[in-house]
Write a protein that binds this ligand. Sequence first.
Ligand code: GLA
Length: 394
Amino acid sequence: MIKAANLKKLFIEKFSQNPLIVRSPGRVNLIGEHTDYNEGLVLPAAINKNVYLAIAKNNTDKVRLYAIDLSDSFETTVDAIKKTDKLWPDYILGVIEQLQLNNYAINEGFDIAFSGDIPQGAGLSSSAALECATAFALSTLFELHINKLDIALLSQAAENQFVGVNCGLMDQFASVFGKEQHLVKLDCADYSYEYIPFKTSDIKILLLDTQVKHSLASSAYNERREQCEEGVRLISRHHPSVTSLRHATEEMLLKYVKPVDEIVYRRCSYVVAEIARLQLACEDLKKDDFKAFGQRMFETHEGLEKQYEVSCKELDLLVQLVKGNQYVLGARMMGGGFGGCTINLVKADKAEEVAQQVAAAYKEQTGIEIPYYIAEINSGTSIVDLTQASYGQV
Ligand code: GLA
């Protein structure tokens, strides 16, 4: 990761143009996991880890990309956007393709260089941040005036159709719509949202990174999605108005899904409970009752582990290690699953201490040394103004 000022310098050295620089953050999700693609609710926040992307037109038809942290380049032309055999260019190319498919005129060449400090594979949505940075940078550069929701939706479509992961909207929405000291309560049924204040003076968000990413992550993700859709199909035969799990109830699941497919039932039952849990958790927040909120996080973890089955032994261990710790109010696996981080709500003055204790215990049991991050809640995708020093400093 380099500072934004250095990114500008490097870009000018490499491409001989003065770039526009944008920033797009990674995200955490407090509660509401695997609910976004079920028209449910989610409660993410953008964090102080970012992708920084520099861009300028180059007066040719070439698209030249440079991943600074990987020291790797890729080149193509604006009329020949297609999937590559390495993953990182696809996040950018997928967005270009979506813009073109939606009749936004991207018909001149440009150069991009990017860097970032969002750890990859940690479940903090580094790929969504790169997609949103690209969409916003191109919208600005080509004066397309794309609104924020469409930036998020185009980025999600790039991930679904180009990269091939059938994700929901949460990660891209959080990256674009993040607001300092606020959580974003997003209703994925109609994309309405509300900012919920999150007072971080007494509580810190501690992320403990398992350092594992099991290979079945994206295939299992798509499979879970299909199982949810199967549950909806079974119910909608009897209740045509049920078009997503948002409208399903546990009674319907017991009656129409459980007798047919026990596994599909367990998956759907978790989702229905999680959507309700998020609503209750928001009530806890209104009362500043972080203890109750934290308990719900533990419940979510249990559901993800036993019913939805997207956890893994490393994530379970990290949650186990903080259970009963008086300074930890809640903990659970976060994001798609099968690795990445746990999210922990911890008493602010004990966050470092807890992190070090857990890291030591984890190392003893697994032999793996783990990083941890104390996340601050950040604002969403923006242009970086290099005259203001607040961004680009790491
Ligand atoms: C990944 C996906 C999101 C969401 C979460 C699980 O992060 O990208 O859309 O489904 O998993 O909540």
